[in-house]
Design a protein around this ligand. Sequence first.
Ligand code: HEM
Length: 363
Amino acid sequence: MPFDPHLPTRSQLRADQRAIGWWLLVVAAMIWAMVALGGATRLTGSGLSIMEWAPLSGTLPPLSQAEWQRLYDLYRTIPQYELVNQGFGLEGFKQIFWLEWAHRLWGRLIGLAFVLPLAWFWLRGRIPQGLKPRLVLLLLLGGAQGAVGWFMVTSGFEADRTAVSPYRLVTHLGLALLLYGLVLWTALNLFRPERNAPEHPAGLRRLVHGTAGLLVLAMLAGGFVAGIHAGLAYNTFPLMEGRWVPEGYAELSPFLLNWTANIAAVQFNHRLLATLAGAAALAAAFWGIRVLPVGFARGSLLALGLVVALQYALGVATLLLVVPAWLGTLHQTVAVGVLTAALAALHALRRPRHAAPVSRTRA
Ligand code: HEM
């Protein structure tokens, strides 16, 4: 290949990859914190307190008594005020205002933490070949997440509603998890570009894929439990009102409606999927410990087994204690830990590529 002074050296490329990888890890950590904040916002009933979508001017909280009163008067027009918070006064309103405001502010900060370094790396020509489309996609998905959040909030203002639509809640949660997963996966690609997984049985890789799929389904089902407040009923474990499969599982018609709108079925599905995912994760962890050498793959599988066991216990405790806000928030937060461990394990066990792509560098 002829000498080209504009191409980065191999060590420059490596340094750029690591710098971008660290930046993405920081963004991923901020998204994780955002999921925690979102859980707290939902569980304290704060999510409908700001009835405006003002990307720039909404950055500042109300600075005068008149502005507080204006926002409070707006809130007093929606059914949630009438049916849940009537007469709680301006002081009560302030209490539910701050978490929603912090959730939105944190979203703006994540946007800045993504856009500013992106522009800096881009203008200095430090983004490796092929990575730009992925980073633009992440930017678009982040913007879409803000819009979906607002779309979700507006559903809570409709007549006779005191909470948001569970479908929009699950879309918002699902997109947050997708965005987090893509950012983390991209960072992992940059830190560990080689596909040099240790020798392991193909069955183990398949098991980890199946586990990850079950975990994602369990998480989406959990979103519906949260969305229709199904955690406030059947607060016993493992039986539901003395039965393994609750009475009325198939009460609604058409049948599929039960999976999103019937408290008994929604909660049962979440338990079942979590149990299957938990058993699969533990099996993968034991298998990994037995056959893999000490290293990233083994460590990830061990972490997966441990964090899924913790998440399962937190879920049972959340249910038995009838969803206290702090415990529900912790359960939502540790779900992202489960996803992290599953993605790390999947990444570590990627199938080796026969011919590695040649990145253009000079020696
Ligand atoms: C692999 C294990 C599990 C995973 C990955 C998981 C994940 C999730 C997720 C993502 C949510 C929605 C977000 C939230 O509000 O917390 C959720 C909600 C919930 N989960 Fe789980 N979960 C697991 C196990 C369990 C178990 C075993 C139970 C109880 C038997 C349980 C009970 C609940 C309850 C009651 C909620 C609703 C909490 C609320 O209203 O805020 N979870 N879960």
